[in-house]
Write a new protein. Structure first.
Length: 278
């Protein structure tokens, strides 16, 4: 039985279970409603939910609080981190918009996500990505020692290692996230999905621009390794466990070690999250 057939046989598809579609401006009010309902249902979490969601009027205020309290350690306290995050959000509002787009992406693509507030509170793939967005802002504004410190703290806390210089679009979903490594000159465009134990790395033989470019709508499946300054084309799919050493054409599926084309894939595999192939 192929992976695709197994998936079809195993149960419901995403489209049969996820019916809520929200615009960015609707997402934060929905998250507050969900948090309020959860606090009423589980009193043990009421203070946690108030501190992280219900006490804040804006998404950026809540996100800065959530990340600051996750990242705080003996050297950098939560108050200091929060000031840094709020400065980045104030000076570059696109970071906040990307954070909202990422929440929508997780909700729409992850069958285990049943509320918009869940990635914000519990999913380390989402939290590590929002941390990297601010690390990237620091890197671009010549605050590189602090950007590297944030990268180190992210890696320690979330087991996700993304260089601050990595350019990442919006609507990106990093599922499970453990073991994800993404190099300095990598580019990830909008609407990409990446699963656990993925490496977007160099070959070890190059300097300068040496990491992969992942185009819009591509899916990089579990444990895949994409190495070198190569392009994974728009709406392409890299199958689980593959090692990719050569460019992947748009709309193409590759699999194996080394990876080779095994067919075309449906439009926007990152959205459907269909990891199978015939």
């Amino acid at each position: 039985m192929t992976q695709k057939r197994a998936r079809k046989k195993s149960g419901k598809t995403m489209s049969s279970t996820k019916v809520v579609k929200l615009a960015h401006h609707q997402t934060w009010p929905r998250m507050r409603t969900e948090a309020s309902a959860a606090a009423g249902k589980e009193p043990a979490l009421a203070s946690f939910l108030h501190a992280n969601v219900l006490n804040h009027q804006t998404f950026e205020d809540a996100l800065s609080y959530r990340l600051a309290h996750k990242l705080a350690d003996a050297d950098m306290n939560a108050l200091l981190w929060r000031e840094i995050f709020l400065e980045a959000y104030r000076k570059e509002p696109a970071i906040v918009e990307a954070g909202l787009a990422d929440i929508i992406a997780v909700y729409e693509r992850d069958p285990a996500c049943n509320a918009f507030v869940q990635p914000f509170l519990y999913f380390k793939g989402y939290l590590s990505l929002q941390s990297q967005r601010v690390a990237n802002w620091l890197w671009r504004h010549d605050r590189r020692p602090l950007a590297l410190y944030l990268q180190s703290r992210m890696s320690e806390l979330f087991q996700v290692d993304i260089h601050p210089a990595t350019k990442i679009g919006k609507g990106v979903f990093i599922d499970h996230a453990t073991g994800v490594v993404i190099g300095e000159t990598a580019v990830i465009e909008d609407d990409v999905s990446i699963l656990q134990n993925v490496t977007l790395g160099g070959t070890g033989k190059e300097v300068g621009d040496r990491h992969p470019k992942i185009r819009r709508g591509a899916l990089i499946s579990v444990g895949a390794k994409v190495l070198g300054n190569i392009e994974v084309g728009e709406n392409a799919k890299v199958a689980a466990g593959s090692v990719v050493l050569h460019p992947v054409k748009a709309g193409c599926t590759v699999a194996g070690v080394p990876a080779r084309p095994v067919g075309d894939c449906a439009k926007s595999p990152a959205i459907s999250m269909d990891q199978g192939f015939d």
